[in-house]
Write a protein that binds this ligand. Structure first.
Ligand code: ADP
Ligand code: NA
Length: 343
């Protein structure tokens, strides 16, 4: 069997929000107890769509600060920036040559992101899932926490790993580079996301909380101060009924369900537990409690991010150290891959 190693990443395209925190980061923090973890700031993925260079540079530091402030421990885990480890680009090319056009043509996220003007999308956006495969396989990662929208890409990663293992089975065996009959690359397993796998918009309970939503009141950013958090929670859309005392009373009430889910995620309890405390009460009282909880949990993260961002050299040092450690794992794996394929 393979050693349990987690790989995950986020694009430095904007400020992280409560969805990223409850859906991914809290889970990443928890996994440090049980797995070797590698967390990447994926700037090479970010440029598949146009990014202003100065904004990109700022966002790389900001996402790094968010990882650290949320509780990723750099003594234990690796935090690094994708473009600083050249093996991602090198292995991505090899993955491009293993992946089949037919597989790539099935990727639904490309169709969504490219939109109607597909002829004008970048080749990088089309190849994005193949780069993601390279990110994971470069470290022989065994577990990948992924949201709904990345599940299909992880399937593709498994297909690429499997095809590589098959296409080069002889060379892998000759060099004794296989792990039992599992092949050279492990087939990475998806891991379910954090305590709140889908945090919805505060303005519309049927839409995902997202960085691309034009309304700033739709999301709580990790950099929001206490007063901003309070305003956003108070303005959050709700219905006129009281909170139900059981979960089935949330059916057909997406805004209510979302706020209860956020409370549960922040407190680390179930929705049922939240309802046993607040069921029967009005939203005004619940929202006041949610403001207190959100401020208590998120304000220290925002404060720590501000402190870190005031010292960019320190953040750059974290990324430099992380890149060295990532490179140390990646280099021998990439050397084996090159030897296997005949480079
Ligand atoms: P990327 O394009 O880097 O995947 P996203 O902002 O879409 O950036 O997502 C980063 C991570 O945060 C992913 O793991 C994703 O599943 C998670 N995430 C994003 N939005 C939400 C949300 N509203 N609820 C739960 N998880 C979310
Ligand atoms: Na995403």
């Amino acid at each position: 069997t393979f050693h349990q190693r987690v790989f995950s990443g986020m694009q430095p395209t904007s400020t992280l929000h409560l969805g990223n925190y409850l859906g991914a980061l809290t889970n990443w923090v928890a996994m440090q107890q049980t797995h070797e973890c590698i967390y990447c700031v994926v700037d090479m993925h970010a440029i598949t769509m146009w990014q202003d260079p100065a904004d990109l540079k700022r966002a790389i530091r900001e996402v790094t600060a968010a990882y650290v402030a949320a509780g990723i421990d750099t003594k234990k885990s690796i935090i690094f920036n994708q473009s600083q480890v050249s093996g991602h680009a090198e292995l991505a090319w090899i993955c491009n040559c293993v992946a089949r056009l037919g597989w790539m043509n099935r990727m639904t996220q490309f169709k969504e992101k490219a939109g109607k003007d597909r002829e004008n999308a970048s080749l990088g956006l089309y190849a994005y899932p193949s780069l993601m495969a390279a990110d994971i396989l470069l470290y022989k990662a065994t577990h990948v926490p992924v949201g709904e929208d990345q599940k299909q890409h992880l399937e593709l990663t498994r297909d690429i790993a499997q095809k590589f293992n098959n296409d080069f089975a002889t060379e892998i065996a000759e060099r004794n580079l296989g792990t039992g009959d599992l092949g050279f690359f492990p087939l990475p397993e998806p891991m379910t996301q954090g305590p709140a796998p889908r945090v919805m918009s505060l303005r519309d309970g049927t839409k995902k909380m997202s960085k691309s939503d034009p309304s700033d009141y739709s999301r709580i950013n990790l950099t929001d101060d206490a007063e901003t958090i309070a305003q956003k929670v108070r303005k959050a859309k709700t219905d006129a009924e009281a909170l139900p005392s059981e979960e089935k009373g949330l059916e057909g009430r997406p805004e209510a369900e979302n706020l209860v889910g956020i409370y549960a995620g922040l407190e680390g309890v179930t929705k049922a537990q939240v309802l046993s405390q607040f069921g029967g009460g009005q939203f005004s009282g619940f929202k006041a409690a949610l403001v207190d909880l959100a401020v208590a949990k998120l304000a220290p993260i925002a404060g720590e991010m501000r402190r870190l961002l005031a010292e960019p050299a320190h953040i750059d040092a974290i990324l430099g150290n992380g890149a060295e450690r990532a490179q140390a794992i990646a280099a021998p794996i990439l050397a084996d891959v090159k030897d296997i394929i005949g480079f």
